[in-house]
Ligand binder design. Structure first.
Ligand code: PRP
Ligand code: URA
Length: 215
């Protein structure tokens, strides 16, 4: 394991490949194309760690030579929930590992003045109470969006929720832990602080704009 159980329910990745890719993603000269690829790859590597304790079911398998028993993850019970927009950038990477996972969506953006989240869309599978949910959002800044996203999933009946982000700020971690102590936070990096506009320092800038080439 290359993870460090840092603060309570926070798992900060220490995998060299994640650190390497994140350094390139942070670089302001990294192109939109490369940035998007890096976010996908980091998400895939993080999911590998965040899914290390998934439960397995036993299955019968016929090899070319004989019958045996194998074990398989019950993929249909996994659900990815990207927080739009930036969370979309993590979906393909995780789906490469668990192609049969379902994908819900939560639409939310931060009001530039108040920094509070404004939600505009919510769609998850109906049987959400029986599923393992992985909320995907590259940035955990003030934590307002993450808290609101997890709250809306809990209102829909979800009980098993993990939050995967690429860069987390201390304020965001504290806010999520205060509101949702049961939700583990997986982060590729724990950064220093927020600036006056609520951006993470050193961070990587506006993740949505860098993934989609807007601004
Ligand atoms: C970003 C990011 C998070 C949120 C984090 O989204 O993807 O959802 O900000 O900030 P918070 O922790 O202070 O709530 P943004 O509002 O920029 O929307 P976008 O993904 O559509 O660009
Ligand atoms: N959202 C981003 O995209 N980047 C930050 O640094 C903070 C919030």
């Amino acid at each position: 394991m290359h993870t460090t159980p840092a603060l309570g329910n926070v798992i900060v990745s220490r995998h060299p490949l994640i650190e390497h890719k994140l350094s390139i993603a942070r670089d302001r000269t990294t192109t939109t194309k490369l940035f998007k690829e890096l976010v996908e790859e980091i998400a895939m590597l993080m999911a590998y760690e965040a899914m290390s304790d998934l439960s397995l079911e036993t299955v019968d398998v016929n090899t070319p030579l004989e019958s045996t028993r194998g074990r398989r993850v019950s993929g249909k019970k996994l659900t990815l929930v990207p927080v739009l927009r930036a969370g979309l950038g993590m979906v393909e990477g995780v789906l490469r590992l668990v192609p049969s996972a379902r994908v819900g969506h939560i639409g939310m953006y931060r009001d530039h003045d108040t920094l509070e989240p404004v939600d505009y869309y919510f769609k998850v599978p109906g049987d959400v109470a029986e599923r393992n949910l992985f909320v995907l959002d590259p940035m955990l800044a003030t934590g307002g969006s993450a808290v609101a996203a997890v709250s809306s999933l809990k209102r829909a009946g979800a009980t098993r929720i993990r939050f995967l982000c690429i860069v987390a700020a201390p304020a965001g971690i504290e806010r999520v832990q205060r509101a949702h102590a049961d939700v583990p936070i997986y982060a590729a990096a724990l950064d220093r602080e927020l600036n006056a506009q609520g951006y993470i320092l050193p961070g990587l800038g506006d993740a949505g704009d860098r993934i989609f080439g807007t601004r």
